[in-house]
Design a binder for this molecule. Structure first.
Ligand SMILES: [Zn+2]
Length: 331
């Protein structure tokens, strides 16, 4: 089935810079023939790699949206070799609302793949990416943070795929930690579909929580530019790492700690700190009964604390801590 998405720019122009948008038809009570506009810019300069650069998959994750907007304004065709497809905000309604999920359809865009051309706006856009944009791309970059719900040690991350080139490109983001993760919270992820189509996929978790320190913006911008140089898309030599990447992985469900009860989360262990089996990571306090002893969140294994709960209010079942273990993805 053909996509109902209208693309206002030429995806196959050989040379030039073409800012525009994708238009996804939808209806609401005051707009029977409304369109959801998703900004898209195509920058082309002859033969070379095609890189699809994405952020705002989750609306409340802003560093990648800022970094891609900056590239949108700054880059000229002569700065690159090949083709760059920029979508700074995949989910504009969620970004406006500062939410993870789309307020249009309640969907988590990162669980909508491969999508459905007859579905909700999120499903229609996911289908357009799967059916039209991914097939054009050699490399798909999808920039995330922990959003409002998780604080992450800033890292580039990847599934444990059988593709050393993907790990080398992940290291080119120049974060101290590189993180192998597994889909602990459902299927239908954007990177999974892109990997399924044989693409080299680079993703990140660049901090989280509501404030975005200047350091995180600098890390996102410089890491992204370095990856684009590493890929041969952006002209100029890629910077080499000063120290080898610290590869860690959280591939087992036990590595992800969930709140057994609702309450107030008190972090006890610092992010990126080494942890021992049985170590106290945090406590959940009862909001209504200070006499009740807090419930302790304990690390089941040795490793480092790669992420923890961002908001103090926690609901039963929320992820409150993630333990990562040293690994070698090339082994
Ligand atoms: Zn995200």
């Amino acid at each position: 089935m053909q996509s109902p998405v209208h693309c206002s720019v030429p995806l196959d122009a050989p040379i030039g810079k073409h800012p525009g948008h994708l238009a996804i038809p939808y209806s609401y009570n005051l707009g029977g023939w409304a369109n959801l506009l998703v900004p898209l810019c195509v920058i082309s300069n002859g033969p070379g790699p095609t890189v699809l650069l994405l952020a705002g998959n989750h609306g409340d994750e802003y560093p990648g949206q800022v970094a891609i907007q900056n590239l949108w304004r700054q880059l000229s065709p002569t700065d690159i070799t090949g083709r760059l497809l920029l979508i700074p905000t995949l989910n504009p309604p969620a970004a406006h609302a500062a939410t993870r999920l789309s307020p249009l359809d309640g969907r988590n865009f990162n669980r909508c793949f491969p999508g459905n051309p007859q579905g909700t706006p999120s499903e229609i856009l996911a289908h357009f990416l799967s059916a039209v944009l991914f097939p054009l791309a050699d490399v798909v970059i999808d920039l995330h943070t922990g959003g409002r719900s998780l604080n992450f040690v800033p890292c580039a991350h990847s599934h444990r795929v059988n593709n050393p080139a993907q790990f080398a490109a992940t290291e080119a983001f120049l974060t101290e930690f590189c993180f192998l993760y597994t889909d602990v919270a459902g299927s239908g992820l954007l990177p999974s579909e892109a990997e399924h189509q044989g693409k080299l996929v680079i993703t990140t978790e660049l901090g989280g929580g509501e404030p975005v320190p200047a350091l995180i913006h600098r890390l996102t911008q410089s890491g992204l530019s370095n990856v684009l140089r590493h890929l041969g898309l952006l002209k100029g030599p890629a910077a080499q790492r000063l120290r080898p990447a610290r590869w860690v992985e959280s591939l087992h469900r036990d590595d992800y700690r969930f709140a057994p009860v609702s309450g107030l989360f008190e972090a006890v262990t610092d992010l990126a700190a080494p942890v021992a089996p049985g170590q106290l990571l945090g406590r959940i306090l009862d909001l209504e009964d200070p006499n009740r002893p807090p419930l302790e969140i304990i690390s089941p294994s040795a490793g480092i604390l790669i992420a923890n709960r961002a908001p103090s209010r926690v609901a039963q079942g929320d992820c409150v801590a993630v333990i990562a273990h040293e690994t070698n993805p090339y082994a």
